[in-house]
Design a protein. Structure first.
Length: 231
């Protein structure tokens, strides 16, 4: 049976890392899998992993693109699922559903994004989920890096994540996927925290999202600006 590699980029995630790893290990995963954390933390993240999740492999992190790429290089699975460190699942079979689609020949699989602790942010994500669905119809699908399943061979053929980008690296990669090879699991979802909204504000984060959509066909240099999204 083909193996699955779950890759989590991490930078000072001591508040969240236990939650995402618990959500993974409490899932109903029928495939052999490994969990890789690409970590660049200066807090207690690594100590928490080593103490409570000794089977997790820790590799060198960096910015979010570097971390995900490093995790992918260390992955032994045929399929890679990238998950952010503040994510938890609303469906214990989400990994199985993702792998099932990848085994059918899809190159990228994602799902809906929800907010667990902020109603305003939750509703904003509803709008973003709708736009994501529309992007597939439009012919240029995009996947959030919060939860992104990929065929490993295709991932490396496309060059992985662009490490020169400071944000929208997930969008930049997913737009290279052909529409017929992209799938959204609309009946499932993942929960995230509202920390990005707390840091950048509702209008600030929405402004950057609009900027991404406005520059989606060209002007990749726009995504090289450091807006402090991952710092």
């Amino acid at each position: 049976m083909r193996k699955v590699s779950i890759v989590i980029p991490s930078y000072n995630e001591e508040k969240y890392i236990d939650g995402v790893l618990t959500s993974i290990y409490e899932s109903d995963i029928k495939y052999p899998f490994e969990v890789i954390v690409a970590d660049a933390s200066t807090d207690n993240t690594r100590d928490i992993i080593k103490k409570h999740f000794p089977d997790v492999k820790i590799v060198k992190g960096g910015n979010v693109s570097e971390a995900r790429n490093n995790g992918a290089k260390a992955a032994k699975g045929d399929y890679i699922i990238f998950i952010d460190a503040d994510i938890t699942f609303d469906d214990k079979k989400l990994i199985n559903k993702t792998v099932k689609k990848l085994r059918k020949g899809y190159h990228m699989v994602t799902t809906k994004l929800k907010c667990r602790n902020n109603l305003i942010a939750h509703n904003i994500y509803k709008v973003c989920n709708f736009i994501q669905l529309f992007s597939v119809v439009e012919g240029m699908p995009f996947s959030t890096g919060c939860f992104m399943g990929v065929d490993k061979q295709k991932f490396f053929e496309l060059g992985g994540f662009d490490e020169t980008l400071h944000f929208a690296e997930d969008y930049h990669l997913s737009r290279k996927i052909k529409r017929r090879k992209f799938w959204i699991l609309i009946k499932s979802g993942v929960y995230t925290d509202d920390r990005r909204f707390q840091k950048m504000g509702y209008f600030g984060l929405m402004k950057e999202f609009i900027r991404i959509m406005r520059n989606r066909y060209k002007n990749d240099d726009e995504f090289k600006r450091d807006i402090g999204y991952w710092s």
